[in-house]
Design a protein. Sequence first.
Length: 129
Amino acid sequence: MAHDLTPFVRGEPYQGASSGARTLITLAWQLAVFETAFESGAAHPGFLMIGSPQKNLRHGTGRDTLIADAVSTDDFYRHLTQWLARHGNGAEVIVADNSPPELIEDRVIVRFSRDETEPAYGLIDDETG
């Protein structure tokens, strides 16, 4: 049995990957574990919450220069949307993202303005200063 489960991408260990590649590797791992648990009926909390899936991926462009030919932010959202519609029907996934791509615009529940004079500004209504 393997004792070192360090992920390797393109022959490089996780620790040697760029910050954007580490973000994508982590997202893939989280999704794989959740999807497998959900589909097999294994114990899991019933939902997955992902924060900042574009961290270190240059918000808006969704590309890390070292892996730009492999995956984009749109690919992540496309996969998630398709999985939820099929094998993940009934699963709950919450994604907090500063710049969600246009392809999921109809699924955005709340968009924060980043301007305290324009609601919705933040999670805590009276905490603006």
